[in-house]
Write a protein that binds this ligand. Structure first.
Ligand code: NCD
Length: 311
């Protein structure tokens, strides 16, 4: 990645490249996971955070990551920019490029928007989530959290449960975790499972399994990753009722009885408590959900540091 301009997706990355980013993140995290050490590595660099979709964790942690590395950071949202006046994405990219930022972090509702920005700017571009396509830094912080807890990424059984079809988090995680040697079990309503698993997983197809049974997914799993039902990405109804969804796919204390004693429970957030995950499980002893948030800062520091050639 050191010789790469952008981070647009996990697709195309190797296990070695992923491990190198996680190692850099670990060196930033030091003894204080939530508040990595301050460094002057990116002093004099400018990062623009361009968010066309709502975000709490991703946006805040990119901003914190910039500040921890002493970069200058500018936050823009679509409502406060000329995009709300009808400016195209390419014009926005060229306008920002004329001000010579070193990096543009972009979240957009359309798949491929970061790739388009990357073609029209000299700055490094980081994809902070594009439609239902990829969310590479989320997958990297998830891999960081798993590796920290389990000591490795290879040979694990990882269940990803919920609205996988609409989830960029799931796509990037399927790519990164299978690339690093884990077995990924996708579990959900058949209509919410992806139609293009072969395309997503390319050479690691044999490490991806699907099931509509939550008990089967949880059985012997080292990690259970729950996903939000992304109602905002559904133009139609994908299951009959929320009540029924919770009954079959909601992670509750009762369901957790079938899990390994040392299983960890993850969720990228935002959670819909009482739908895909009960409050008891989200706040319970197996949950590493807040560890994921803490990891977000050091992992994004590592990505920015490596792309922008930190000294
Ligand atoms: C996710 C996202 O926006 O893709 N959240 C995140 O970045 N932590 C998942 C979601 O919205 O459900």
């Amino acid at each position: 990645m050191a010789d790469q301009k952008d981070l647009l997706g996990i697709a195309g990355m190797t296990a070695e490249e992923i491990a190198a980013i996680l190692d850099t993140a670990a060196s930033f995290q030091g003894d204080s996971p939530g508040s990595p050490r301050k460094s002057t590595a990116l002093s004099g660099k400018t990062v623009i955070n361009l968010f066309f979709e709502p975000s709490t964790r991703t946006r805040t942690s990119f901003e914190l990551a910039c500040k921890r590395l002493s970069a200058d950071v500018i936050n823009m949202s679509s409502s406060g920019s000329s995009v709300s006046k009808g400016e195209t994405l390419v014009d926005t990219a060229q306008t920002l490029d004329a001000m010579s930022p070193d990096c543009i972090v972009i979240r957009h509702e359309s798949a491929g928007a970061p790739h388009q920005i990357a073609r029209h700017t000299r700055a490094s571009v980081v994809n902070a989530g594009d439609g239902a396509h990829e969310h590479p830094t989320q997958a990297l912080l998830d891999a960081f959290t798993i590796r920290k807890r389990k000591g490795r990424l290879d040979g694990l059984k990882i269940a990803i449960v919920g609205d996988i079809r609409h989830s960029r988090v799931a796509r990037s995680n399927i790519l990164s975790l299978t690339c690093c040697g884990s077995d990924v079990w996708l579990c959900g309503v058949p209509t919410l499972l992806p139609q293009d698993i072969v395309e997503i997983t390319n050479s690691h197809r044999s490490r991806v399994h699907t099931t509509i049974s939550l008990d089967e997914a949880i059985d012997e799993a080292d990690v259970v990753m729950m996903l939000r039902v992304q109602f905002e990405r559904m133009g139609e109804s994908f299951f009959p009722s929320i009540h029924e969804y919770c009954r079959y796919f909601g992670l509750t204390q009762e369901r957790m009885k079938g899990a390994k004693p040392d299983v960890i429970v993850m969720h990228p957030g935002p959670m819909n408590r009482g739908i895909e995950i009960s409050a008891e499980v989200a706040d319970g002893p197996h949950s590493v959900i807040l560890d994921q948030v803490s990891a977000g800062v050091s992992v994004r520091m590592a990505v920015l540091y490596r792309l922008l050639g930190g000294a």
